[in-house]
Design a protein around this ligand. Sequence first.
Ligand SMILES: NC(=O)c1ccc[n+]([C@@H]2O[C@H](COP(=O)([O-])OP(=O)(O)OC[C@H]3O[C@@H](n4cnc5c(N)ncnc54)[C@H](O)[C@@H]3O)[C@@H](O)[C@H]2O)c1
Length: 262
Amino acid sequence: MGGKQLDRVAAVTGGAGGIGAATVVRLRAAGWQVAILDRDMDLARKIASETGGIAREIDLGDGDSIRAAADWVEAEMGPVEALACVAAHLENPHNPQDQDEDEWDAIVRVNLTGTFKTLNAFGNPMRARRRGSIVTVGSITSLNSSPLMGYGPTKAGIINMTRNFAVAWGREGVRCNTVHPGPTRTPAVEASYARGERSPDAMIRQTALGRLVMPEQVANAIHFLLSDEAAAITGIELPVDSGTLATGLWLLYGGVPDNSAG
Ligand SMILES: NC(=O)c1ccc[n+]([C@@H]2O[C@H](COP(=O)([O-])OP(=O)(O)OC[C@H]3O[C@@H](n4cnc5c(N)ncnc54)[C@H](O)[C@@H]3O)[C@@H](O)[C@H]2O)c1
């Protein structure tokens, strides 16, 4: 899976979203056939027409839908060699006592249970062929406390889950890794800035590089880990966060130095 790929099949869940669509673009540029799997079919069809990928519905909250999508991609497009699990149920910040219980259940069902079922549905045919690579998408909230009370724990669980699959399936030829995006300028996040729910300036202050992450930059990391360039890499987590995790303790000492002008 290195260099220019010719019509091998990759599947991207959440392929209609910000990071997912950028991943579709990156994989298409490397010559992959790409299944764009999403529950938002209007957007998935739009991304398909722009990129030459193929849109197919999936609902990560429903195991039958996940298995049907995996069977469909294998039957209609061919053996899947690469899987990017990008879809997630997102959440706004709040305190734990204000957690909506129905939303908690939906977040766990999609992010944790749905990802687990997706890994099995797409990964078992890879095991049978002894060839495949999988990337799950966590978050920097996987690694530290945040006010994303339902979302954060599910993203932390994705680390453990992915490492488990990496070891269980490593000798069957399937690699599994996780990418942790930091604050990324997707259309959904831009809309959240516009509504005043999040502040881009506050987030930029917490980065080492002084800028937020672009969806294409996360897609580059996902593509790298899916490709043969990463043939010796499995069971790892790769943050793509403009250095946000690295700044952790600097707040205790007045924050990240703003020397960007000099
Ligand atoms: N944008 C960020 O700042 C950021 C930061 C850290 C992690 N992430 C992670 O990156 C990934 C992509 O996020 P994004 O910012 O591109 O979000 P997004 O909302 O643009 O994309 C998410 C996609 O998942 C799809 N989806 C949601 N629930 C689904 C379900 N039940 N079944 C099928 N599809 C479903 C949505 O329709 C959407 O197309 C997610 O896993 C998210 O947790 C994003």
